[in-house]
Design a protein around this ligand. Structure first.
Ligand code: ZN
Length: 1083
């Protein structure tokens, strides 16, 4: 959620997401699950490489949901902070085959078995059924994975940009027949052990997935979701539509009418992000004749055209079994799956939806098109290099065979997958723009696309960017790719397929989204699950036809000679933001003037009624409807991760004996406190340089190819956290790598090379890193202002926060703006600083080497670790003191935006609070009740949440895409009163406790476990302490809530505020509360 949290997270875990964001900030999505924050800090080729390959071969799936789809909810990344202090419970073991459901039972329940396959790639038995009465299709995947997944998907192609599918996606989870309360979804968030709970709207489908490792919990989740999609209350009750979609708000007839609605504001936020504008314009211009020509997420200027009648009709037609695809995955009983789903399906008759929801094919153009659009920027930015240009192709209007798809995916990785890939390299080194846009190949929708371009371009350079793309593609079609590049791509892709590491995203969900990419269009749902044969065949073809023979025709036929091309130019426009606001105000004024006095009184009354309804809690009876586990279902003991602590040559060696399917995961952590404070903002670029600048004997392309050929990837990044009870933060630069056990020697040799042999001599490349980072930081501020606010608040309140903000907050952006000049004017001093960081940092004394694998692999790694340490200098610089903070003043950071990000924080340890496990439960309750109801539901923001950092004691309130500012601050302050007056029955308390344990026991794959264990070691968090916190969580009482109010009183009275907001809203706030915020123009 903030830079600090991001710094603490594991890049390998989140890299695919981060990479995705980097490459494709597209369409309507709340950015995103997924931690916008990380991308600014993760460096190295691995993120890009993994993301690429994930996108192609895993069809990006889970990760992509973030890029193409909107989500119901943006989960704040609280878990990131907590994972070190608490324990994971899941265990992954080698899979073995299991069988599908009993054929007799399936028949009895009304299912026809269409096909069954054993999918060797995932050791799974997959059976496709058709429900005879309604035509619903069910895929039942059986294996040993305890992280069970269920999903139901409807085809929901919209005809206009009113955002119908998106608003419906939000609304169906607001109460249903069996669960008649305001938001069963939130009750599940509060009180379930779910490992995944969300909903996505794509341009042509809506997905409702859940996951859990606990069987009873899983069944509860499935039932709530099925009841929600088929029998939602929102189709009978207009107030949900008003709340989630849009409505007029009028508090007093003398005031102006405004628009409110969760989706309305969510989409205003999306439309405030230039990258999203580009993605949307590109998609719509590429598909003028089918459903992709409109925005399923909703255009804020069109959303108010949507009527409740249209909304109801859309649900009746498309949320129907005939139009449904259902997915089950995991180690649960396949017979029970069919019983559960048939009970719902049997209540329906077939309808005509499946015909109507078919996604029409866009016929390919006969000639290319060009579109010029504008986007809103703050004044002062108009003359800068702020143009964007992207070239988009739709590759085909017929279905491609699996092998061609595979080859296109490979081609994409070869051209763009790593910083050394030729098309990426050409664009980045051209100096024509700041960073790449367009995501390369995109194959999740009906027709595959390819898209590439640059942002941060000067107007006169737009045509040069286009020429460069074409000349590079032509050259690649003529010269092909080097054997080293092909080998590196092949190894990277095979490694990742074998590892199947989806991070914190459930594997079963990743497979579902992948399968859906075919299934949804009436194609073979099994095909995307099988890669072994096409891959073998593809390798054969490479041998017989040669690299050029395979790829040159692809480049020519699908790209160069393909007339279905849309070039999109996006120009900055200082007036646009104001004009849009004026238009909205005008529209609202004319609405008001058309109303009689009585109408206005009625509207004010309706506004008040809606607000009252939103703020009235559900009755205890209604709340009881949502099934929940009992405390007795929760393990009392926390699960410990195996750790063995040893020493070698002055370094600490941590070993975690876990089954990793023959992969060795390692991290080497060097104490960063040896680095001088004024050099800290240079650290992220230092890390990037290690991987992307090259050594004396290898240029960076060769170096990254070598890493690709010999390992599963290497990354380097800083990680900083506060440590409870200590003024000094814990701060490290971590080198992270993974490889097959047989490649251990190569892995450590390459890690050594990266650390020691890289030469900081390439001024041109370094300049490009600076521009790229600057552009990413700017994107982050406009798309994820809450994380920038949080980092800023943290930096005012503790030194770990200060360090992190220097490397990923507004201070970092300001440093980069200066550095851009310094690189031109005084490169030698910059290069010297980079060398200085390395000299101060590298030492085997005090370093930590973390190893995660099975015992045999761990033992065989020892000699390689020893050689690695031998090569490191014995001692490094001495530790410096960084006890600094940003001034404790309230700030209003001005950006061009239609929605705000409002933060307020204080350090509750300073106010005398002593850590107790109940704080986790209380924070969760505040976030999912008080803040959810006030900031999101009645305030109309897309998100409102809080974060308690138990390491530093900083308690932070944050809002996301928020139409308010002062009102949100008042709601934060209201938390104290809310806690003081809180009454909670046993059921509600139990739910909150279970939900908190669910967060604590978050599902982790083995590499993440080894990583968490290392972080706990570094921060001095023992298993005993974790058990104590767990005991405290389990014994939380209502008294703890009342006591916590005292701690939050200090945040209310002495807390500091940072708002990232529009100039108008900050002005208004300063008028209302004189001089509240110190104004600072940021973008
Ligand atoms: Zn949404």
């Amino acid at each position: 959620m903030n830079a600090q949290a991001a710094l603490r997270s594991s890049p390998l875990q989140v890299a695919p997401v981060a990479g995705m964001l980097m490459r494709r900030a597209l369409a309507a999505r709340p950015q995103s699950v997924r931690f916008v924050t990380v991308r600014a800090i993760t460096s190295g080729s691995i993120a890009a490489a993994e993301a690429k390959q994930t996108r192609l071969f895993l069809r990006g799936a889970g990760f992509r949901a973030g890029s193409l789809a909107t989500l119901r909810w943006k989960p704040p990344s609280l878990a990131v902070r907590r994972q070190y202090s608490l324990s994971p419970v899941a265990v992954i073991s080698p899979s073995s085959a299991k069988t599908g459901a009993d054929p007799e039972l399936a028949k009895e329940l009304g299912f026809e078995r269409v096909e069954e396959q054993f999918v060797d790639e995932y050791k799974s038995t997959a059976t496709l059924y058709r429900h005879k009465k309604t035509g619903a299709e069910i895929m039942s995947v059986v294996n040993d994975d305890e992280n069970k997944v269920f999903g139901i998907v409807f085809r929901t192609p919209p005809k206009d940009s009113t955002g119908i599918p998106h608003i419906l996606e939000h609304s169906v989870l607001c109460g249903s027949r069996k669960y008649p309360l305001k938001e069963p979804f939130v009750e599940l968030l509060k009180g379930s052990l779910q490992t995944f709970l969300n909903a996505f709207t794509y341009p042509d489908r809506t997905c409702y997935p859940v996951a859990s490792t606990n069987l009873q919990d899983f069944y509860n989740l499935v039932d709530v979701y099925l009841d929600a999609v088929f029998y939602p209350r929102c189709v009978n009750d207009v107030t949900t539509f008003q709340q989630e979609g849009w409505h007029y708000e009028l508090n007093d007839p003398s005031e102006d009418i405004t628009y409110k609605g969760v989706v309305f504001n969510e989409m205003k936020g999306v439309y405030s992000q230039p990258d999203n504008v580009l993605g949307r314009v590109s998609q719509q211009a590429s598909f003028p004749d089918n459903t992709y020509g409109v925005d399923s997420g909703g255009d804020p200027t069109v959303i108010p055209d949507l009527t409740f009648e249209q909304f109801k009709e859309f649900h009746a037609k498309f949320y129907h079994p005939t139009n449904a695809r259902v997915w089950f995955y995991g180690d649960d009983d396949p017979n029970q799956r069919l019983r559960i789903i048939s009970a719902y399906l049997d209540e329906f008759e077939a309808n005509a939806a499946s015909k109507e929801s078919e996604v029409k094919v866009q016929k390919l153009f006969n000639e290319p098109k060009r579109v010029v659009e504008t986007y809103a920027v703050g004044d002062g930015a108009a003359n800068a290099r702020k143009h964007m240009v992207a070239i988009n192709w739709v590759l085909s209007d017929t279905v491609l065979d699996p092998e061609t798809e595979l080859a296109l995916g490979f081609l994409d990785h070869l051209m763009l997958g790593t910083p050394g890939s030729p098309l990426r390299k050409a664009l980045m080194e051209s100096g024509l723009g700041e960073s790449m846009i367009g995501g390369g190949m995109e194959d999740e929708l009906r027709q595959p696309q390819f898209s590439i371009g640059l942002k941060g371009v000067a107007e006169e350079d737009i045509s040069k960017v286009e020429e460069l793309v074409f000349s590079t593609l032509k050259q690649l079609a003529e010269d092909g790719f080097s054997p080293e590049a092909v080998e590196a791509s092949m190894n990277t892709i095979e490694f990742s397929l074998r590892e199947n590491n989806t991070g914190s995203f459930p594997r079963g969900l990743s497979l579902m989204l992948r399968s859906m990419g075919k299934w949804l269009y009436g194609l073979d749902p099994f095909e995307p699950l099988r890669f072994a044969k096409p891959l073998e065949h593809f390798k054969e073809r490479l041998k017989t036809e040669g690299v050029k023979g395979v790829f040159a025709p692809l480049i020519r036929n699908f790209i160069l000679d393909n007339p279905h091309r849309v070039t999109v130019e996006l120009h900055p426009d200082v007036e646009k933001g104001k004009m849009e606001e004026a238009k909205e105000a005008e529209r609202l004024a004319s609405v008001k003037s058309s109303m009689t006095k009585e109408d206005l009184a009625e509207l004010a009354r309706a506004t008040e009624e809606l607000r009252l309804k939103q703020e009235t809690p559900d009755s205890p009876e209604a709340l009881k409807a949502v099934p929940s586990l009992a405390l007795s279902d929760i393990p009392k003991k926390s699960t410990n991760i195996p750790i063995e602590v040893g020493n070698m040559k002055g370094s600490t060696i941590l070993r975690h004996d876990l089954f990793t399917n023959d992969v060795l995961y390692t991290e080497v952590a060097f104490d960063m406190r040896t680095v001088r404070a004024d050099l800290l903002p240079l650290v992220p670029l230092f890390c990037q340089s290690l991987l992307e600048m090259g050594t004396a004997d290898l240029d960076f392309v060769q170096l990254s190819q070598l890493i690709g050929r010999k390992t599963g990837g290497i990354s380097v990044y800083p990680s900083t956290s506060a440590v409870r009870g200590r003024a000094e933060p814990s701060s490290h630069i971590i080198v992270k790598g993974k490889a097959m056990a047989s490649q251990t020697s190569d892995l450590f040799q390459l890690m050594r090379k990266v650390l020691q042999d890289v030469k900081f001599t390439d001024q041109g490349r370094f300049k490009q890193f600076v521009l790229q980072s600057k552009s990413r930081m700017e994107g982050r501020i406009s798309g994820g202002g809450h994380s920038v606010a949080a980092a800023r608040l943290d930096a005012k309140l503790n030194s770990a926060g200060w360090v992190s903000e220097q490397m990923g907050g507004l201070s970092y952006l300001e440093y980069l703006r200066d550095l851009e000049k310094r690189v031109d004017e005084d490169w030698p001093s910059v290069a010297e600083s980079l060398n200085e960081i390395r000299n101060e940092l590298l030492s085997r004394k005090g370093a930590i080497v973390n190893l995660t694998a099975d015992e045999r692999t761990l033992t065989s790694a020892e000699s390689h670790v020893s050689n690695f340490l031998d090569a490191m200098p014995e001692t490094a610089g001495s530790l410096t003191k960084w006890d600094r903070r940003l001034p404790l003043v309230n700030e209003g950071l001005v950006i061009p935006t239609q929605v705000n990000y409002v933060g307020k924080a204080g350090n509750i340890y300073d106010a005398g609070y002593e850590l107790d496990g109940s704080a986790y439960v209380i924070s969760k309750v505040i976030g999912t009740t008080w803040l959810w109801d006030r900031v999101r539901v009645s305030g109309g923001a897309y998100g409102g949440f809080c974060d308690f950092d138990s390491h530093s004691g900083v308690f932070t309130y944050l809002s996301y895409r928020d139409p308010n500012l002062i009102k949100t601050l008042d709601n934060y302050d209201g938390t104290v009163q809310f806690l003081r007056e809180l009454e909670m029955d046993n059921d509600a308390l139990t739910k909150a406790i279970i939900g908190t344990i669910g967060d604590v026991d978050s599902y982790q794959l083995p590499d993440a476990k080894g990583y968490s264990s290392m972080m706990r070691y570094i921060m001095g968090i023992s298993d005993e302490e974790r058990q104590r916190r767990r005991d405290e969580i389990l014994s939380t009482s209502v008294k703890d809530f009342h006591a916590f109010a005292d701690a939050l009183e200090s945040v209310k009275d002495k807390g500091v505020i940072v708002a990232v907001a529009s100039a108008d809203d900050i002005d208004a706030a300063n008028k209302e509360r004189s001089g509240l915020l110190e104004v600072r123009k940021v973008l």
